[in-house]
Design a protein around this ligand. Structure first.
Ligand code: COA
Length: 339
């Protein structure tokens, strides 16, 4: 039987402070009505001053390791690989994953960051699963964590309405393809011609750090919402269909689609493209907004906690983000003990 990666633990973490649409409307020219009808978002969580991405990643990682331990026994939490998906690392250099691994008490395991913005978790999952399949690792902790509130322009009502901070994590172990939780396949892609649609212009090697502050808000995150919306629908639908064709599932046979939580209208449009019913689409963005790399694992955690996601369900994950990047993964949901 071929060796594959099997999902065996799930966790997440949100910062303590939640900001409602009404609270945003006290600071910016926006309204609860606009945000709800145009995005489906009701509130988002934001980090406190001094709180960093690694703090959320450590909390989510600890939660996922506890879930793996409760599900599979003490040995199940002994991972030998950490992959962290983030576009808001604690510092541009070095990667944040080694610090997270150290603070989780995981010793000297290999640890690296993956940068694919909102597709980051699917890319990180594919990287870790491939390393398990290749025999490079036995058990991996895969975390998606972002704190976009730290890079948003405080005056930008659009991005501040959409993005929230958070972290989600899963544990993978080596196993067989017929086990519940086995990752059955991936579809990944990118299109760098759209690199400017979602970007932070300053701070890299192109627009270098200067002794003074960067000009014109160039260190803030910017997004061209309309084309991003269109590409998100197109690329998540295409990627999902390509993966379903490869593994031999029809859209009707999928119990739950856990897509990147960017906008309820994007989720509904993807559902329409694939011919899905509303009950197949998982949505938690009303409570957390778009949490970037944390979005898919946090949606999994919430759906599992609510009983919406149950053992035996056929699950399709699909994400889209800056780069542009996109990716999908499929699995049969395992029996998990979560916090
Ligand atoms: N409150 C009130 N009005 C707002 C607003 C807010 N928070 N944000 C934008 N608007 C305004 C715009 O300024 C514009 O006003 P104008 O017509 O006077 O210029 C109007 O609403 C319409 O803007 P538009 O950008 O066309 O709205 P939209 O319906 O496309 O929704 C997004 C904007 C950003 C919600 C939508 O494009 C989107 O979700 N895009 C994808 C975002 C995403 O998924 N990003 C992450 C990718 S991984």
């Amino acid at each position: 039987m071929s060796r594959v990666a099997v999902l065996c633990g799930l966790g997440g973490a949100l910062p303590a402070t939640a900001v409602s649409n009404e609270e945003l409307a006290e600071q910016l020219d926006t309204s609860d009505r606009w945000i709800r009808t145009r995005t489906g978002i009701g509130r988002r969580h934001v980090v406190a001053p001094g709180e960093a991405t690694s703090d959320l990643a450590v909390a989510a990682g600890r939660d996922a390791l506890a879930s793996a331990r409760r599900t599979g026994g003490e040995d199940a939490a002994g991972v030998d690989l950490v992959v962290l998906a983030t576009s808001t690392p604690d510092r541009p250099c070095p990667a944040t994953a080694p610090d997270v691994a150290h603070r989780l008490g995981l010793g000297t395991v290999p640890a690296f960051d993956v940068s694919a913005v909102c597709t980051g978790f699917v890319y990180a999952l594919a990287a870790a699963a491939s390393m398990i399949t290749a025999g490079v690792a036995e058990r991996a902790l895969v975390i998606g964590a972002d704190t976009f509130s730290t890079i948003l322009d405080p005056a930008d009502r659009t991005t501040r309405a959409i993005f929230g901070d958070g972290a989600g994590a899963v544990v993978l172990r080596a196993g067989g393809a017929d086990e519940p939780g086995a990752l059955l396949g991936f579809d990944l892609g990118s299109d760098g011609s759209g690199a400017d649609l979602i970007t932070v212009r300053a701070g890299g090697s192109r627009q270098r750090s200067t002794p003074g502050p960067p000009g014109d808000g160039d260190h803030f995150f910017t997004m061209d919402g309309r084309p991003v919306f269109t590409r998100a629908v197109l690329d998540m639908s295409r990627s999902s269909q390509a993966l379903l064709d490869r593994i031999g599932w029809t859209p009707a046979e999928v119990d739950k689609v856990v897509a990147h939580q960017a906008n309820i209208r994007i989720l509904n449009a993807v559902g329409e493209q694939l011919g899905l019913e509303e009950k197949q689409i998982v949505a938690n963005l009303d409570r957390v907004g778009n949490t970037v790399a944390a979005s898919i694992p946090l949606a999994l955690r919430d759906a599992a906690a609510d009983g919406e996601l149950r053992p035996g369900h056929r699950v399709l994950l699909t994400g889209f983000g800056g780069g542009l990047t996109w990716g999908s993964a499929a699995l049969v949901w395992p029996a998990l003990e979560t916090g």
